[in-house]
Design a binder for this molecule. Structure first.
Ligand code: AMP
Ligand code: TRP
Length: 327
């Protein structure tokens, strides 16, 4: 039996190259060796207030982009979290087993609550319990995520362990899987800040659906430094980040890339980088246009996937309910 992979992605903001290089490409590759379940986590999205129409449209856009990137709905399951009510229900049960102290240590909550000070909901604080439910409902072994989510996956594992030790074997213990290179693509406008799809500054991120001209303009304006050498030197975050993007899109070695740009200037390098990114995204953009030409196509894939995911989720939930004494 193949091991189970589960991961989730929020339908907020436009998916950008950080998501693609740090998460989506990896999701696609994992399909060869694992039984994969990918989830568009709209319940997580509403921990911060969303425009209702936009949220629904974004959920379809993210689905389309994942399919265009190579998620194969015949081999993998790709569904929307709120379509399977077991997620909310298991999250509640787990809530009652997760100590406050564990939640209070979550660094992402500290960052997000400082940023959205005027509307910090209980849901935002409790976000990791819902994430634990997502993971545990599918008997997940491996959770591919960026570095920033590692702490949440560990909390899911701890919650599973705690539940199992009280009630006996119920949940499979998951492990995070963090890619080594490109785990953290930084903002083009500020290479000391992680590239984020919720950041709205126009020069910050390259969105997956950006047309070639926008990609060129953003890269040419990207922040670098006043030095000259084009080398993978992590103490120079701007050029290091651009080189990492080049490396990941071109799939060429760091040594080759340094040799190619030896003696060249930043603007030559940026022009070459723009072309590599444009060509790298072209097939994905074309497939996205084909997939969305029929507006009902994506919804039918989502419905079919949810129908395949539901039996596993319901079985695990029923087991947890029974153990706790509900019903
Ligand atoms: P998010 O955009 O925060 O919902 O993240 C969706 C997925 O993309 C998660 O696996 C993240 O860790 C990954 N991700 C988000 N931003 C980046 C980034 N700047 N670099 C690498 N991976 C990222
Ligand atoms: N919290 C994750 C993020 O923001 C998304 C997510 C929700 C997730 N549920 C998950 C990731 C379960 C992995 C497994 O990126």
């Amino acid at each position: 039996m193949r091991k189970r992979v589960f991961s989730g992605i929020q339908p907020t903001g436009s998916l950008m190259i950080g998501n693609y290089l740090g998460a989506m490409q990896n999701y696609v590759k994992l399909q060869d060796d694992y039984d994969c379940v990918y989830c568009i986590v709209d319940l997580h999205a509403i921990t911060i207030q969303q425009d209702p129409k936009e949220l629904k449209a974004r959920s379809r856009e993210v689905t389309g982009l994942l399919l265009a990137a190579g998620i194969d709905p015949k081999r993998s399951i790709l569904f929307i979290q709120s379509h399977i009510s077991a997620h909310s229900e298991l999250a509640w049960i787990l809530n009652c087993f997760i100590p406050m102290g564990w939640m209070q240590r979550m660094t992402q909550f500290k960052e997000k609550s400082a940023k959205h000070r005027e509307q910090v909901s209980v849901g935002l604080f409790d976000y990791p319990a819902l994430m634990a439910a997502d993971i545990l409902l599918y008997n997940t072994d491996v959770v591919p995520v960026g570095e920033d989510q590692k702490q949440h996956v560990e909390l899911a594992r701890d919650a599973a362990q705690r539940f199992n030790s009280i009630y006996g074997e119920t949940f499979v213990l998951p492990e995070p899987l963090i890619p080594d290179v490109g785990a953290r693509i930084m903002g083009l406008d500020d290479p000391t800040k992680k590239m984020s799809k919720s950041e709205t500054a126009s020069g910050h991120a390259i969105d997956l659906l950006d047309p070639p001209d926008a990609i060129r303009a953003k890269i040419m304006r990207a922040t670098t430094d006043s030095q000259r050498e084009i080398r993978f030197d992590s103490s120079r975050p701007g050029i290091f980040n651009l080189l990492t993007i080049y490396h990941l899109f071109s799939r060429r070695s760091q040594k080759d890339i340094e040799a190619q740009f030896e003696g060249k200037g930043y603007s030559d390098f940026k022009e070459a980088l723009a072309e590599v990114v444009i060509e790298g995204l072209r097939p994905l953009q074309e497939r996205y246009r084909e997939l969305t030409a029929d507006p009902t196509h994506i919804d039918s894939i989502l419905a079919d996937s949810a129908a395949r995911a539901r039996p596993t989720a319901e079985k695990v939930l029923a087991e947890a309910r029974r153990k706790v004494g509900l019903g």
